[in-house]
Design a protein around this ligand. Structure first.
Ligand code: PRP
Length: 183
């Protein structure tokens, strides 16, 4: 049963339900920040947010990591213009911050097929980070044969079309402060 929520940000689109509320997200992000701080007791830490989807998560998460760190972003795109992804990922924005010798935390909004993450890890590993870990707010757990497990996961996510808190549908709804499943 889908419904219309009285929120002008949803532009009248029907949703199945709100999957994670603002309060649930805030509490979990704060926990993740503490967990990450504990996991990196020393060394230089670089949080690399994968745009655009992780802009909100990255901004909230780093404020909950009580240790020195640097923040930069990375923008990836698929090669080719077809509707079916070619599976090749290239960097559209390459972080200026140096990676070598640092603990690098790749911050993703959602792991769906896992393809983006896998390819980015391959690219980033060539730059000799001290360590490379993935942090994802949402994980659909549908990706098979992931070579690089996701170290920090916010929530297991249903295999539905999710919007809000950075996630979009045709560039809309990224600013919705909760995560909803579109009908
Ligand atoms: C989405 C999402 C993840 C990726 C996950 O990004 O933000 O980065 O897809 O999918 P995968 O696990 O199947 O690779 P998208 O390419 O839509 O760009 P956006 O972040 O700019 O919305």
């Amino acid at each position: 049963m889908s419904k219309v929520i009285a929120d002008p940000r949803l532009m009248g689109r029907e949703v199945k339900r709100i999957v994670f509320t603002e309060e649930q997200i805030a509490a979990r992000v704060a926990e993740m920040g503490r967990q990450i701080a504990d996991a990196f007791p020393d060394g230089e830490l670089l949080a690399l947010g994968l745009l655009k989807g992780s802009f909100m998560f990255t901004a909230d998460l780093v404020r909950h990591i009580p240790r020195p760190l640097q923040v930069d972003f990375i923008v990836a795109g698929s090669y080719g213009a077809g509707t079916v992804s070619s599976g090749q990922v290239r960097l559209l924005y390459d972080p200026e911050t140096s990676i070598e010798g640092k603990h690098v935390l790749l911050v993703e909004d959602i792991v769906d097929s896992g393809r983006t993450m896998q390819k980015l890890i391959d690219i980033l590993e060539t730059r000799r980070p001290k360590s490379l870990q993935i942090c994802a707010l949402l994980h659909k757990n549908i990706a098979e044969h992931l070579e690089h497990p996701v170290r920090f996961i916010g929530f297991d996510a249903p295999n539905e079309f999710l919007v809000g808190y950075g996630l979009d549908h045709a560039e809309n709804f990224r600013h919705v402060p909760y995560i909803a499943s579109l009908a």
